[in-house]
Design a protein around this ligand. Structure first.
Ligand code: UT7
Length: 319
């Protein structure tokens, strides 16, 4: 038994925030942000929107593409760093909003690698027969954990959600998954705050050592893609599409170069969406599937990296 993706979906909030608009509020420029990151704009959730609302829109889109009714979803794994609340999980809130009660539902917290982690877990559950129609979602509202006066971080992130439906298949589908973490690097990207005794302790805004994150990401994205190639006994030329975590175009380009892949084989949405953390890979996948770039038979490498530090790959054959 194998698993395969049978539908994809995405959702971006209505409000667009351009670099030029940001430059009116903080000491930055469109030229600086574009040249250092490739980002032109990001989407910002409306005040009444919650992460589960973004997830709901992306999930409905994916379920419609898959032709699967919400009532037939027996597993929801939702990757997020920005849950609606401490508990219940955003997956359970999504389940109720979808009208899909009864199956398992839980969140995965692996920051920007969250979707790859969630998809790897769903693959194991579908392959084992524990689930038949798995909804795997990455959804984030980073705009609420950014210090909008910190130009070193606030220009980099945006809000959004992406989702896939995973179902059993006689042939792969998902060919391999590899997950890693190294908590010794936990301090280079974090939100060092928490709630206890009714008070916020620490700093509830994203903190980052940009240079250290950059170097770490370039190293492990190429390594984890290479690990998947080795496991499948394939050369890098066998990758038709690389969908890396959409953090910074320079990190993504460097990964392509390390793998000796031509830039045309990379799916990139970072210019339009900025870094949407756990949502970045499923959003990019959905766009490349819907615009017809990804075709049946193509081999697609999803490679994530994020705070923790965490990283991982899902290598799949599109069917
Ligand atoms: O999911 C992973 C999330 N994190 C990332 O993807 C971040 C990875 N790191 C990066 O993308 C890059 O390190 C940055 C884009 C954050 C920074 O790029 P850089 O080429 O490493 O720039 P830098 O750190 O060398 O900064 C150069 C200058 C500094 O000024 P001084 O100290 O040289 O005078 C910064 O203060 O750029 C300044 N700067 C800015 N200037 C204009 C930092 N942010 C901005 C800004 N606008 N928004």
């Amino acid at each position: 038994m194998h698993s395969r993706i049978v539908g994809t979906g995405g959702y971006l909030p209505a409000q667009v925030l351009t670099n030029a608009e940001l430059a009116l509020r903080i000491d930055t420029s469109d030229e600086w942000v574009q040249s250092r990151t490739g980002i032109r704009q990001r989407y910002i959730a409306a005040p009444q929107e919650q992460t589960s609302d973004l997830a709901l829109a992306a999930s409905r889109h994916a379920l419609a593409a898959a032709g699967v009714a919400p009532a037939d979803v027996d597993l929801i794994i939702l990757a997020t760093t920005t849950p609606d609340m401490i508990f219940p999980s955003t997956a359970c809130i999504l389940q109720a909003k979808l009208g899909a009660s009864g199956g398992a539902a839980f969140d995965v917290q692996a920051v920007c690698s969250g979707f790859v982690y969630a998809l790897a877990l769903a693959d194991l559950m579908v392959k084992s027969g524990a689930a038949r129609n798995a909804l795997v979602v990455g959804a984030e509202i980073y705009s609420r954990i950014l210090d909008w006066n910190d130009r070193g971080t606030c220009v980099l992130f945006g809000d959004g959600a992406g989702a896939v439906v995973l179902a059993p298949s006689e042939t792969p589908g998902i060919m391999s998954t590899h997950l890693h973490a190294d908590g010794r690097y936990r301090d280079i990207l974090s939100v060092p705050g928490g709630v206890a005794n009714g008070e916020i302790h620490g700093t509830p805004f994203l903190h980052m050592d940009g240079g250290a994150v950059f170097k770490f990401a370039v190293k492990v994205l190429a390594e984890v893609a290479q690990e998947a190639l080795t496991a499948n006994d394939l050369p890098s030329s066998a990758i038709d599409w690389l969908i890396p975590h959409q953090a910074n175009i320079r990190i993504m380009d460097a990964t392509m170069k390390k793998l000796a892949l031509p830039m045309e084989r990379m799916v990139s949405t970072v210019a339009e969406h900025a870094n949407t953390s756990a949502a970045s890979i499923p959003l990019a996948l959905d766009i490349a599937v819907r615009d017809g770039r990804i075709q049946a038979g193509d081999r697609v490498m999803l490679a994530g990296v994020g705070g923790g530090f965490t990283w991982g790959s899902v290598f799949l054959r599109w069917q």
